[in-house]
Every structure is written in C-alpha cells, then in structure tokens.
Design a protein around this ligand. Structure first.
Ligand code: ADP
Length: 159
C-alpha cells in the first residue's frame, strides 16, 4: 500500500488544496490529509471543524482520509506508514520555505520523499487567508471553495 500524507493548516480547505489532493490521490493508494492542530497561524476554525470540512469536501475521492496531528510531519509519516509528503507550489515565493522544509525533513528521515505539485492556473493566487478576508468583507467566494466551506465561513462571520 503506497501512502502519501498532505500536511497543512487547511483553515479552511479551498479549491487549490482539493486540486492537489485530486492529482496526488490518483498516484497513490491512499492520501491522508494531516491537519496541523497547533501552529503559529492561530486558525479561525478548530481542528475538528477543519477535519470535518476536508472530509465533506473530498467525498468524491474514495482513497482519502483525514487526521489531525501535532508534532513533526516526518514522524507522523513514519507512524502512518507513508512513504511521501505532498505539498503544493504556487509561486516562486513558496519555493524557499518549501525547499528548506524538504531538506530538513530529508535530514530527519531520508526514507520519506517530499513531492511538489503545481495546481491548475486558476488556483495559483488562492490561499486560505484571502478566502477568509473576502468572506469576512462580504465578497463572493463561490468559485474558490466547496459550498459547505462557504456556508460555514458565512455563518462564522455573521455571528
Ligand atoms: P496556506 O499555505 O495557504 O496557509 P496550508 O498551510 O493549509 O495553506 O497549505 C497546505 C498545503 O496546501 C501546502 O503545501 C500549500 O502549498 C498547499 N496549497 C495552499 N494553497 C494552494 C493552492 N492555491 N494551490 C495549490 N496548493 C496550495
């Protein structure tokens, strides 16, 4: 069983994330979204809410599951029997950070391979922060997130 993990904050999941999951899940037997529980980004949504939205946004993919994790991603990969980590690359500006992280992960565990994919051009400028900003300010996010994510964000910002 060839397994890949897809770590991130996913606060919330958007169509760029889903584009990468669609592609990577076709290349592996199983893809596990790994939701970072605690990180410096101070997420809007709890890890349970983020997990739930990922699950509901990826029902079309039968070989995907979702977990939360706190700690080193390579440790999680090893524990879950994954052989690779998938990350999205949007711009050249993503490269430096991703390169550093990939090198560190390689040093921590050379058995885990870091892989990168570019999303469809239409998602290149998308990130979770911009989706939240647009939703908070009353803009239309229909083209950027699944309906369920839109519903949850609108409810959060109405409260
Ligand atoms: P962000 O970096 O936007 O805060 P995450 O930490 O949730 O988002 O990202 C998790 C993974 O998804 C990272 O590998 C990131 O590069 C990737 N990703 C984020 N946005 C996109 C996008 N628009 N297209 C493709 N991959 C993306």
């Amino acid at each position: 069983m060839k397994r890949i993990i897809y770590p991130g904050t996913f606060d919330p999941i958007h169509n760029g994330h889903i584009d990468i999951a669609n592609r990577a899940s076709h290349l592996f037997d199983e893809l596990i979204f790994v939701v970072a529980i605690n990180n410096e980004k101070e997420p809007l949504l709890s890890s349970a809410e983020r997990e739930n939205l990922i699950t509901r946004s990826t029902v079309h993919l039968t070989n995907v599951r979702v977990e939360s994790f706190d700690g080193l991603v390579v440790n999680y990969a090893k524990r879950s029997g994954a052989i690779a980590i998938i990350r999205g690359l949007r711009h050249v500006s993503d490269f430096e950070f991703e390169f550093q992280m990939a090198m560190m992960n390689y040093n921590l565990n050379p058995d885990i391979t870091s892989m990168f994919m570019m999303p469809d051009e239409k998602y290149i400028h998308l990130n979770s922060t911009i989706v939240k900003d647009v939703a908070r300010l009353g803009g239309d996010i229909t083209d950027y997130v699944p309906d369920i994510v839109k519903k949850v964000l609108l409810a959060k910002y109405k409260a």
